[in-house]
Design a binder for this molecule. Structure first.
Ligand SMILES: Nc1nc2c(ncn2[C@@H]2O[C@H](COP(=O)(O)OP(=O)(O)OP(=O)(O)O)[C@@H](O)[C@H]2O)c(=O)[nH]1
Length: 881
């Protein structure tokens, strides 16, 4: 017999008998203390106990929590950060599948034993006594008990069914989801612990699922949150946008659409919109900002004359490079600073599809000038404006002082005269205005601006000294300006005075006294004693009468700036000579590039006056900046317009400086003749000696043709001075220097004003060049190009090289191998080459500006301190015909 008593079994497996009965009942085997169990039952029990033991050892639970930030880009284009928390819980159990498989294998092994046992039991008709104590098992296990009963009562077929199920266990166990079948197996096997484990598995699954669900839920929630945020943003944008649109439509429909309020309101909304949504609004705003223009915008381009490429481009609202491209198409190569004439600018703008509106250059100025009160248009005689000129020390100041002290005192009793650059004096016969401007510069500066303010020139010639260089210059200026000359032969009180000599000398310069058949009046005076001065004043007035000097004294004034300066306390100050109308305090004036309202008017005595009429000089206060001498002063109605015109003039002046087209020179002369711009060529000729001067001037005058007249407006011996340069500037003349050079102040004017100055050392060259220019055949020629100047500071003798000049290089570079001129008082006294060029004791090939050197000149030993050594090179000049 293989049966064993429970008592024995309890001893064997060391489990109390009670616990044993309990464990047995838990697997569906109901026994009492004194019962026996079969071998099969024992095995099942042992397996059960073992599984309990194992199950407690085979479970390991791991939990992990990770947090990460997920960057999610929303539809609005914005990146959002989402916090993601992943909770992982993992329970490790000894693979259930294997366990179940193992169990099933065990059961398989016992299958035959079970069959055998049942067979034997049936055979012995030993029906199984089944205790049905349902109450003991309780309701909870009722199902199990039923199944147990079923197991025990049912026949082999039932068992085979069970076995079949067991056979399919693998399949079932594979399908872990099928809980129902599993439960069946558990019950079938009577293994309630298995149920527990299954439950655990289910729980794990459930928790895993829940975790998974949790994870998905968290991610989902975050994503949802982001989505919601985005949706909310979009919704907000839409709302704001529609609100703006609504507002816009509302305002558009509103009558006050165009007034400032609307714009203000819109801005306010925009700001709020911005503020509320911060960056969230970007996509919508961006969509609006980057709207590509669909077609080229054609504009109305106003061209009012010469215009630079950049300005034209600005007017068309395009890049300068576009204009340059179009210029190239019509064959013009230029940069952004290139100045286009009105026609070319029009052509380019029209080519580019714009509508061109041609405006007269000075339309604004025309408008402002038209809108002036010109008075009653009745002219009355005005005081002549007189300039006193003459050679140094011949008595100009003495004469003016005498007139001022006598006549001004008479006119302004007790007044202290001020130097305002002009004096208005009153004589018994009438009033005269004397200009007291230093030198000839102001005189010529005014003429160069096209302003003629001098009516009469009084040429002062000292009777003891006769005609001197500056006397001649003065004559040249007066004649160039076509102003009558009255000669005041001064210092007649002196014993050695010779008035006739002066008359004789002046004859050469076309100044002829009336007695000798000329137009000029000669008045012998003494500025010292005052003799003849009244007569001089009378002659001036007589001359004025002949000239019939008249002006309209009513209406808005017009005048010329004689002098100007900046007073630290009072601001820009200008002395203005009124020429027409009446200048009043409070008038708005336009003055060259400046404008302003007259704050105060002062006369020559420094007294404030309320107004000034024609030929009266007054000092004015109230201009925007210091104007230039010679600037025209015009009273206008509108200060704003005056400012506009002033700034327009400034702009124009800038452009014309770029052009510099109007200056006459030998190169462009022929073109100008062809255009009928030039009918005479004005020349200022300076030479080293009288002989050359006469020879050259005679030859030049013979060059005159029917088309072109040669007019020598100035000639003299000596270097080219500032006066020569300013005369050339005022008269649009060229300067020819024969063996003479321009001094530094003359050079300054010549360079600034771009005057044509040419040096010659061969008479034939000079004549030939002028002749060629007149016929338009000026051919390429070699010109002496001065490359450096050195001033002699000291001289010493060297046994090797003879006389050495210790020099300072004052301009350019001195080159050892180049030809040189020696200049003394701007006159060429020698032409040759260098013998030696040394820096300290070393022979050098060249010396640069600012350095000292020793120069030895070949075959020349007359070098003196202050001489200039001029180094030049022969340069081929290409003439453009
Ligand atoms: N004897 C005599 N001397 C005179 C007369 N006029 C001027 N002088 C003197 O000549 C000198 C020069 O006179 P200015 O009036 O300074 O001559 P200026 O032409 O004004 O000279 P600059 O201002 O240097 O150009 C002074 O010493 C005067 O006193 C005159 O009629 N007779």
């Amino acid at each position: 017999m293989t049966d064993i008593s429970l008592k024995n079994l309890s001893n064997e497996i060391k489990i109390s008998i009670k616990k044993l009965i309990k464990e047995l009942s838990s697997i569906g085997i109901l026994k009492n203390e004194n019962d026996h169990i079969t071998l099969v039952e024992k095995n099942i029990l042992l397996k059960h106990l073992e599984s309990i033991k194992k199950s407690s050892l085979n479970t390991l639970i791991l939990q992990r929590k990770t947090r990460s930030t997920l960057s999610v880009s929303t539809i609005s284009g914005k990146n959002k950060s989402i916090q993601v928390e992943i909770r992982k819980k993992r329970t490790y159990i000894k693979n259930n599948k294997f366990e179940i498989t193992a169990l099933s294998n065990t059961l398989k092994k016992t299958e035959s034993a079970v069959k055998k046992e049942l067979f034997l039991k049936n055979k012995q008709n030993n029906s199984l006594k089944i205790s049905t104590d349902i109450n003991v098992l309780g309701k909870k296990h009722k199902k199990n008990i039923d199944r147990l009963e079923f197991n025990k009562i049912n026949t082999e077929s039932l068992n085979s069914k069970k076995i079949n199920k067991l056979k399919n266990l693998d399949i079932f166990s594979k399908d872990e989801k099928n809980k129902k079948i599993k439960r069946h197996i558990e019950y079938d096997l009577g293994n309630l612990n298995e149920k527990k484990r299954t439950k655990e598995i289910i729980d794990i699954r459930k928790s895993y699922k829940e975790e998974k669900k949790d994870y998905h839920l968290t991610t989902f929630l975050h994503a949802r949150q982001a989505e919601d945020d985005h949706d909310r943003d979009v919704e907000k944008d839409k709302r704001n946008h529609s609100r703006i649109l609504k507002n816009y439509r509302h305002k558009k429909n509103n009558k006050n659409f165009h007034n400032g309020k609307f714009h203000k309101e819109e801005t306010r909304i925009s700001n709020r919109h911005k503020k509320n949504n911060k960056q969230k609004n970007k996509p919508i705003l961006l969509q609006q900002v980057f709207k590509k223009p669909e077609s080229v915008v054609n504009r109305d381009v106003v061209i009012s004359g010469m215009i630079s490429v950049s300005d034209l481009a600005n007017k068309m609202a395009i890049k300068s490079s576009e204009v340059i491209k179009n210029m190239m198409n019509i064959g013009i190569i230029g940069t952004i600073n290139h100045i286009l004439d009105q026609d070319t600018a029009q052509l380019i703008a029209e080519e580019m599809g714009h509508k061109v509106i041609l405006q007269r250059e000075n339309v604004l100025e025309e408008m402002i000038m038209k809108d002036r009160d010109l008075g009653n248009n009745i002219s009355i005689l005005r005081a002549p404006v007189v300039t006193i000129m003459g050679h140094v020390d011949h008595g100009k100041t003495s004469l003016l002082d005498h007139i001022r002290s006598t006549k001004t005192a008479f006119y302004e009793a007790g007044g202290i005269t001020q130097n305002i650059g002009a004096y208005h004096v009153k004589t018994d016969l009438g009033s005269i205005t004397f200009l007291d401007t230093p030198g000839h510069s102001a005189f010529t500066a005014m003429r160069s601006r096209g302003v003629k303010i001098t009516d009469i020139v009084v040429l002062v010639v000292a009777a003891d000294d006769g005609v001197m260089p500056q006397t001649i210059e003065a004559i040249q200026h007066a004649q160039a300006a076509n102003v009558p000359v009255i000669v005041a032969i001064n210092k007649i009180d002196k014993i050695d005075s010779d008035a006739d000599k002066v008359k004789n000398d002046l004859m050469k310069y076309n100044i002829l006294s009336e007695e000798w058949g000329g137009d000029n009046i000669f008045v012998p005076i003494s500025a010292k004693t005052g003799k003849g001065i009244d007569k001089l004043l009378n002659v001036i007035l007589l001359q004025a009468e002949i000239l019939e000097l008249k002006a309209v004294p009513t209406g808005m004034a017009e005048g010329v700036v004689i002098e100007s300066f900046l007073d630290k306390g009072r601001g820009p100050i200008a002395t203005v000579l009124v020429q027409k109308g009446n200048l009043n305090k409070g008038d708005i004036i336009l003055c060259g590039f400046e404008y302003g309202r007259i704050k105060s008017l002062r006369n020559q005595s420094g007294d404030e006056v309320l107004s000034a009429g024609p030929s009266i000089p007054v000092e004015i206060l109230g201009l925007s900046k210091v104007p230039f001498s010679g600037d025209i002063v015009t009273v206008v109605r509108n200060e704003k317009k005056a400012r506009e015109v002033a700034s327009y003039r400034k702009e124009k002046s800038r452009e014309s400086k770029l052009l510099k087209q109007n200056k006459i020179n030998l190169d462009n002369m022929f073109d100008n003749i062809n255009k009928n711009d030039v009918s005479e060529l004005k020349i200022i000729l300076k030479s080293d000696v009288q002989g050359s001067l006469e020879a050259i001037s005679g030859a030049l005058l013979k060059l005159s043709t029917n088309e072109v007249k040669i007019k020598i407006i100035g000639l003299g011996i000596g270097g080219i001075t500032e006066t020569d340069a300013s005369l050339a500037l005022a008269s649009n003349a060229i300067i020819l220097g024969f063996n003479v050079r321009a001094d530094s102040s003359a050079k300054k004017i010549i360079n600034i004003e771009n005057l044509d100055l040419r040096y010659y050392s061969v008479i034939y060259d000079l004549i030939d060049e002028v002749k060629s220019a007149m016929t338009g055949l000026l051919s390429p020629e070699y010109k002496q190009n001065i490359i450096g100047l050195a001033e002699v500071r000291n001289t010493f003798k060297s046994p090797k090289f003879g006389l050495i000049a210790g020099c300072m290089v004052i301009e350019g570079v001195i080159k050892r191998s180049n030809p040189i001129h020696v200049l003394r008082d701007n006159i060429v006294i020698y032409e040759g080459e260098l013998e030696s060029l040394r820096r300290f004791k070393e022979d050098v090939n060249e010396i640069r500006n600012g350095l000292e050197c020793g120069i030895g000149i070949k075959n020349y030993n007359d070098i003196r301190v202050k001489d200039i050594i001029e180094v030049f090179e022969m340069k081929e000049i290409k003439r453009i015909l």
